[in-house]
Design a protein around this ligand. Sequence first.
Ligand code: TYD
Ligand code: MG
Length: 455
Amino acid sequence: MPKQSNTIFICQSCAYESRKWLGKCPECGEWNSLVEERVVTTKKGRSGNGFRLREAKAVAYVEIESQDDTRIASGVTEFDRVLGGGIVPGTLVLLGGDPGIGKSTLLLQGADKLSASGATVLYISGEESERQIKLRGERLRIAAPNLLLLPETNLENILREVERTTPAAIIVDSIQTTFSTEIESAPGSVSQIREVAAQFLLLAKNRGVPIFLIGHVTKEGSIAGPRALEHIVDTVLYFEGERHHNHRIVRATKNRFGAANEVGVFEMTNAGLMPVANPSQMFLAERPADAAGSVVTACMEGTRPMLVEIQELVSSSKYGTGRRMTQGVDQNRVALMIAMLEKRAGMQLLGDDVFVNIAGGLDVDEPAVDLGLVTAIASSFRNQPIDAHTAVFGEVGLTGEVRGATQAPVRAREAQALGFKKIVMPASNTSGLEKLLGLRVLGVRSVDEALSELF
Ligand code: TYD
Ligand code: MG
């Protein structure tokens, strides 16, 4: 085979380009991620997908139409919520997640609801045949009167079919299987994914149709070529949590048209994904009564308050120094809190293993869970349960001070709505909350105060 000189090595994780092969990507630090790809040259006179970009012309700000009132409701309530209140026309959305978590199911259900309102929806599948999709649809009992299925992986064919059918919404399942013949590298490679996404972006913007791209996740937990795609699309949605739970969480990690970090909560049933209107109730459903090491904390997921149970187990280690294992929270944060407890509250945890779990598989990464982490450790360490009708939240500093958190009233009201009797929270946040019916609000300034309040 003749040696090809017009190739380049591209990191499949962050799209870093290098002339020669490297074992480790200098950009993102990923090992073995550089793959040889042909250099992409745009052919002269290439018409792209048949659309010409509009001619460049500056527009006065005041003349631009407001977009917010033109959102289309997909009809799947929790899906609309993560999108920021419905689908914005002309938006390009990336939906990522592990295989089998429910990406195709969610978008098929969305397509059904959308098509029921009279809009033509084009579902392009490079992974399943029409029959397989139909089978899933029957399981979901969808009617989908205006849904068109297209089993195709070739981008040029897809664009031709879009031209012919003029759909009001397009679903691409998945971006990794779709390829353009204009690019010589293999389907699923970064060059291909970038080109395909760019073409769909052009299509979305030129036609004003919303396009949903399904993206697979690599074993490291990121959408293949994630950084290469994230800046192209308007919205990145990501399925979170585990397949072993019945509920599914979809989080907007980026959204040009809504709050980032917004979550939608679903339950996977045998008739598809059902929106969960009251996630706190679901997350607390199986909470053990009066168990040491368990505490309920009020966190914010996007604009929505959510009560979740933090479970911790402190047990003496078989080895000299204890391990710290966490699921759903940042391990470093937990290590920090443990160090703070040792120094400020005099708990000797060095020789203890500390295991932390957020019940239900939710990921929480805001500082306001600190007080929950700290009190759960203390509860397990002392083997004293925290009252089941008490919730806590607040950021904890390194000197053991409890700092204010954002959206404190919203959190407190969620606790009240779920029948909690007491909430231990930052003292700086309590103003205006004295009169919450049935909920005793206790402002604390330090971890010491919080612990003496709880035990
Ligand atoms: P799917 O949407 O095919 O996943 P993805 O596209 O993300 O790979 O979902 C497949 C899983 O969902 C499969 O394990 C079966 C389950 N499922 C249900 O539990 N109920 C249903 O109604 C459907 C359609 C799927
Ligand atoms: Mg699928």
